[in-house]
Design a protein around this ligand. Structure first.
Ligand SMILES: [Mg+2]
Length: 164
């Protein structure tokens, strides 16, 4: 029997979208008349293409989703989640600078889900190292979230459960 995590946590920059929201783009953002999301200068803003489907699949599996980001551009990050129609998937959002240990301790307190029942996707090794020490199954991603990365993460989680 495949066991699914009780919480899937995502970094934002270079995990859901291919830029640093505090550096490479210029908030505030808006939806233009052609339906695209643009920043203050009119630059077109995109997600990694499979991200909406990744979140929809987790929703279908009944796995709640949270965000853990160290960005200082808190308003801009929240605005992008809204404009891309993704905010409804996130039961909790921990978005502020500092070690992600803090983000995960708060997620644990808010959800009651033990660290061992969480899976975490992030592109930065330092976060993988910090959060991995808590006992969270951590997936270090290279080219943004994709359906394949999601499958790998769920398999890694299931194998960790089987081995414990
Ligand atoms: Mg990142």
């Amino acid at each position: 029997m495949t066991r699914f995590p009780k919480l899937a946590v995502f970094d934002l920059d270079y995990t859901l979208w291919p830029f640093w929201v505090d550096t490479h783009v210029d908030p505030p953002f808006h939806k233009s008349s052609d339906g695209t999301v643009r920043d203050r200068r009119g630059q077109n803003i995109r997600l990694y293409p499979e991200v909406p489907e990744v979140l929809e699949q987790l929703h279908g599996l009944g796995v709640p989703v949270a965000a853990a980001s160290r960005t200082g551009e808190i308003a801009g990050a929240n605005q992008l989640l809204e404009l891309f129609g993704l905010a409804r998937y996130f039961v909790h959002k921990e978005i502020y600078p500092g070690s992600k240990v803090t983000h995960f301790e708060r997620l644990q307190q808010k959800t009651g889900v033990p660290f061992s029942q969480m899976v975490f996707f992030d592109d930065e090794k330092r976060n993988i190292v910090d959060v991995g020490k808590l006992g969270v199954t951590c997936i270090h991603i290279q080219n943004g979230m994709s359906l394949q990365t999601l499958t790998q993460g769920l398999e890694t989680f299931a194998n960790a459960q089987a081995g414990s």
